[in-house]
Design a protein around this ligand. Sequence first.
Ligand SMILES: [Fe+2]
Ligand SMILES: [Fe+2]
Length: 195
Amino acid sequence: MYAIDLMVKEHSDIQKMIGGMHKLCCMILENQDSVCDEKSVLTDAAIQHFYNFIDFTRDYADHHHHGKEEKILFPVMTAHLGKMAENLVTHGMLVEHDLGRSHIRALETSLKLYQENQKTEHKLSIITEAMGYSNLLLLHTEKENSVVYTFAERMLSLELKDKIDVDCKAFEEEQSKLGIQEKYLKMLNDFISAY
Ligand SMILES: [Fe+2]
Ligand SMILES: [Fe+2]
């Protein structure tokens, strides 16, 4: 199924970005020169990487990827697959999407506080929120790959799967006209090659 294959591939992109973030946070804890100065203050380049991570999670992981789940796949599942889909989607996946957003909001707040005042507690919050988001999304994408998407592929009718594929292709084309995939896949490559 086109839509599911595409979304599994996007999970892999999100997981790669998280792998880069994990390395960045470890380098900060080790006070490595490329991310901290001699007083253990984060470098401008390291701070910029966190802002790029926020941009990627909001526009690619959330709007571009969760957008297809929330507007195209999940509504079909909850409308046609009964209570089990309702529980999986509404009380599971959508709650986790919101939790991810709250980690990213807190990460942004911590970064701004750190830029005003380089206190260790703000640096701790930056790492905590970045890793909180990362751990959540790793579990979330695995659960979707192994449970939610497989359930949809197994249970939805061919007509509904075709409709999801058509809607996802149209969404991809719109996003492509805006250069979204190109922009964020380049950002991902730059991010993981830096760490
Ligand atoms: Fe999701
Ligand atoms: Fe997903």
